[in-house]
Design a protein around this ligand. Structure first.
Ligand SMILES: [Zn+2]
Length: 589
């Protein structure tokens, strides 16, 4: 931690200046004072405290402690699957560390019931004949135990459509099932570790026009895939095979090979953590090269015997999820009830130690709080950290927190939508807000791995662009150069954005996140880049500090109105000259 006294005077000056500015405003403009400050005109020029920039840089880059947090979390605690005993430890450890560094009011908040607690104690898989071989494999999360080593003939099962199911009925009992066809394994002829360059950043900065979004396609196919997957697991439940082996999927630049396995819920269904949807047989994900050998032998009609032992433990059926929350209280009597938040998700998958996903975002947010505590800042607004859990299953922790404090979006109850998991359902609106929604200026999130911060996804908030551009000017030498109007998704800033709160995810250097570490057994401490993480904490601390200190809250986008979406997207009527009138088609016909 840092020596103080030298800078106390400058902080006091700053606060008194800020206070007198705030006083003046409310005197001269009493009608406007009733409005939240994000609705007031924003100044053209940001008042930057460059001395504070330098102090934060000195603490964050020159006196970083981020890798100590990283090792404690990744090595000391390990993987943090939601509902697991390890995640409970991580919640408690983060709370205690935040208290120790000087935060106030560090506590855990219950966001609700999650499902089963689960631990992998040990997993091994080997080939016993026609040759012996030791394979690389780990249990799928929430896989049941095999209750000791089991041994049986391997059988290849490929189900792409409903009709394929019948082929296997009555044929899988006592077998080890290789579930899924063998995929291509391309040579790794591109780097697994890459940094963004001017070209890739320019692409991110460009707003996409009418780009068919891969994610939209994924969402469209989602119900169909979910249905077939449920049928496959029903078949397996009734057949009683000894175990199931899934091939590891690929990563970017063919990273899903060479011993890396991606081990999340993709092969086992969305709800494997719910007791009533529990996986019926032991399941492992296996390295693609090992899978390929057995697969080719079976295709050539060579009998293969596999031995496996999946040793797992369930620690409860109704585990709750908790977020870790702590604060640096605001010091300005008029603004201290307003909040700026920083955070990321604390939970992870289970085959690595969750170092980059999202140990990185967790320790960056913790280091932000440590830096600001070490500098003994007296922020005008309250600075609050939120470390979320249940992110990997649907952003449950942040969504629960936002619902309890700020508001929520009612979801569609249309019959087809009710079949989907909540986090896939269409918002129906109108958005229900709580009073504190007007008191939060912004939320900053890190969850794209270990890479340094290169800029910000503005999440289509045009009004905030000139503000962030000015904040970033003194950070250009740290590679912080790029603003994009694009929205980015898939993590916890969305929970805030959905209820009209400015929520931002930073643009980060990609490194080997997409190729090798995201949800994999290689998501470990060695994949963390200390310099990048120190930079990210420094930059995020400056963003958080600026948000806490400026006169106004950050400007907002118009509040979303999901209830008007259908009407706004409907084709215009009577546009085509000469078109004959057709009686309106009845719906549901
Ligand atoms: Zn993540």
């Amino acid at each position: 931690m840092l020596k103080k006294n030298f800078f106390v005077i400058s902080i006091l000056c700053l606060i008194s200046l800020a206070l007198s500015a705030a006083d003046k405003k409310s005197d001269t403009n009493s009608t406007e004072a009733a409005k939240p400050s994000y609705e007031l005109p924003q100044p053209a020029k940001e008042n930057l405290d460059l001395t504070m920039y330098q102090r934060i840089r000195d603490e964050g880059l020159g006196h970083s402690h981020i890798m100590e947090y990283a090792s404690a979390l990744a090595d000391g605690i390990g993987p943090r699957l939601t509902g697991s005993p390890n995640l409970k430890r991580a919640n408690e450890w983060t709370r205690d560390q935040l208290t120790a560094m000087g935060c106030s009011n560090a506590h855990l908040e219950d966001w609700g019931e999650f499902g089963m607690g689960w631990q992998q104690l040990n997993t091994w898989v080997r080939m016993a004949s026609p040759d012996t071989a030791v394979f690389i494999a780990q249990a799928s999360p929430w896989s049941p135990s095999s209750n000791g080593a089991v041994s049986g003939p391997a059988v290849s099962v490929e189900i792409k459509k409903d009709e394929d199911l019948d082929k296997y009925k009555g044929k899988l009992g006592g077998k080890i099932v290789l579930l899924g066809e063998m995929r291509d394994v391309k040579p790794v002829d591109k780097p697994l570790f890459e940094r963004e360059d001017e070209k890739t950043l320019a692409k991110i900065a460009e707003y996409p026009l009418l780009e068919e979004n891969e994610y939209a396609q994924y969402l469209r196919d989602f119900p169909r895939r979910m249905e077939l997957q449920a049928k496959i697991w029903n078949l397996l439940a009734s057949e009683h095979p000894l175990g199931v082996i899934l091939p590891s999927r690929d990563g970017r630049n063919a990273g899903g090979s060479g011993g890396t396995i991606f081990d999340d819920s993709r092969g086992i269904g969305q709800y494997a953590y719910k007791r009533e949807k529990a996986i019926p047989v032991p399941v492992v994900v296996m390295a693609i090269e090992n899978y390929g050998r057995v697969y080719r032998l079976l295709k050539s009609n060579v009998p293969v015997t596999i031995e496996m032992n999946v040793d797992t433990k369930f620690t409860g059926d109704h585990e709750h999820g908790f977020d870790t929350i702590a604060e640096i209280p605001g010091a300005d009597p008029k603004l201290k009830d307003e909040v700026v938040m920083v955070g990321g998700h604390l939970d992870s998958w289970a085959s690595g130690t969750g170092a980059t996903d999202n140990g990185a975002g967790t320790v960056v947010a913790m280091e932000v709080m440590r830096i600001l505590n070490a500098l003994q800042v007296k922020p005008r607004r309250t600075i609050r950290i939120g470390l979320w859990t249940g992110e990997e299953q649907g952003e449950f922790g942040s969504a629960g927190y936002v619902k309890q404090h700020f508001g929520f979006v009612p979801l569609s109850t249309a019959p087809d939508q009710l079949k989907l998991p909540e986090w896939r359902r269409k918002p129906a609106g109108p958005i229900q807000l709580k009073p504190d929604q007007e008191k939060i200026s912004g939320y900053f999130n890190v969850d794209n791995g270990s890479g340094k911060i290169l800029g910000v996804y503005l999440q289509e908030n045009a009004a905030v662009k000139p503000i962030f551009a000015q904040w970033m000017e003194p950070l250009k030498d740290l590679s912080v150069t790029t603003l994009t109007m694009r929205e980015t998704g898939g993590t916890d800033h969305e929970s805030f954005d959905e209820v009209g709160i400015p929520g931002f995810q930073f643009i980060q250097d990609g490194l080997d996140y997409g190729s090798r570490t995201h949800h994999s057994n290689m998501d470990v401490y060695e994949r963390l880049q200390p310099g990048d993480l120190a930079q990210a904490a420094t930059v995020e601390a400056i963003f958080v500090y600026n948000t806490a200190m400026r006169d106004q809250m950050l400007p907002r986008k118009p509040l979303p109105h999901p209830e008007l979406e259908e009407q706004r997207k409907a084709p215009l009527k009577k546009v085509m000259p000469g078109a004959e009138e057709v009686p309106e088609a009845k719906e549901n016909k």
